[in-house]
Design a protein around this ligand. Structure first.
Ligand SMILES: Nc1ncnc2c1ncn2[C@@H]1O[C@H](COP(=O)(O)OP(=O)(O)OP(=O)(O)O)[C@@H](O)[C@H]1O
Length: 266
């Protein structure tokens, strides 16, 4: 395949069973496959226990898969350790406290993100050009954080902190951005701020993104692909065009249709 036509990420029939052969056996991923084209923003939905977190953990290398392949830009990575995959992927978690260092300032946090994977430490200070680049990135968020570079991060609200985490996660242009219910711990107003920040950072460099959410209106409004997971399988894979026609109601109907069809067939 010509390099320019590689999917950004290819997930091929990945499977993972927890506690196999015991009474607690749980088939969390039962043959999940999909490709994401460069720049695609896929939203992943599914009920509790569907396998969404296991999928993200398998992509990030936090848990090994039993079988199947994960291919990033033409290279198989399913056997790579977490730290090696971290050079390709950034992940933002639900807890706004997790992605940033509370006792450091906004610019120190950004500086650490900018030096990820390099030997150069903060001891060398932050260059003027870097500071200007940080300001420009923060301006995109429309939260006024560009004027608070020397404020400690623990002075920020949850929504501001999660927005900063998004900027940090995309500072070094990841091959894949994993958003793991990254607005679920926020109130609706803060969640809206963070989704605005998400749109900005994803669109800025057309970052390939996989966003897990339980929020149906976010699932409808954001992204250009929709994957519905149920019992460890993708049961709906909607393209941008199909997705644009979906409503929260029709999505719930689709879920019930597919699940009842599968029950009839099984
Ligand atoms: N480490 C583990 N050990 C045993 N079982 C696990 C483990 N991780 C997940 N599971 C089980 O695998 C299934 C899929 O879990 P997963 O957390 O991926 O679902 P989810 O779609 O993220 O759910 P939620 O929306 O509730 O977060 C569940 O039945 C869960 O209990």
């Amino acid at each position: 395949m010509d390099e320019s036509t590689y999917p950004a990420i290819r997930v091929e029939d990945i499977r993972r069973t927890f506690h196999p052969g015991t009474v607690q056996e749980k088939k969390a991923l039962r043959g999940v496959s999909f490709d994401l084209r460069p720049g695609e923003f896929a939203v992943v939905i599914g009920s509790n226990g569907a396998g969404k977190s296991t999928l993200l953990n398998a992509l990030a290398g936090e848990i090994p898969v039993d079988s199947g392949r994960i291919v990033a830009n033409g290279t198989e990575i399913q056997n790579w350790p977490v730290h090696r995959r971290a050079r390709l992927m950034s992940r933002v978690f639900q807890d706004p406290m997790m992605g940033t260092a509370a006792a450091l300032t906004i610019e120190e946090n950004l500086s650490i993100a900018a030096r990820r994977g390099q030997r150069r430490s903060l001891r060398f200070g932050i260059r003027k050009s870097e500071r200007e680049a940080f300001r420009a990135k923060l301006e995109m968020l429309g939260l006024g954080l560009e004027n608070r570079l020397s404020d400690r991060v623990d002075l920020l609200s949850g929504g501001q902190r999660q927005s900063l985490t998004l900027v940090m996660a995309t500072l070094k242009q990841p091959q894949l951005l994993l958003l793991d219910e990254h607005t679920a711990a926020l109130d609706p107003r803060a969640a809206a701020l963070v989704m605005r920040a998400t749109t900005e950072v994803v669109h800025e460099n057309a970052t390939t993104t996989l966003m897990v959410t339980h929020n149906m209106s976010h699932a409808i409004e954001f992204g250009n692909r929709l994957l519905m997971i149920h019992e460890g399988k993708v049961i709906l894979d909607a393209s941008a065009e199909e997705k644009s026609k979906l409503t929260a109601g029709s999505l719930v109907d689709r879920f019930h249709d597919v699940v009842s069809d599968r029950m009839v067939l099984s």
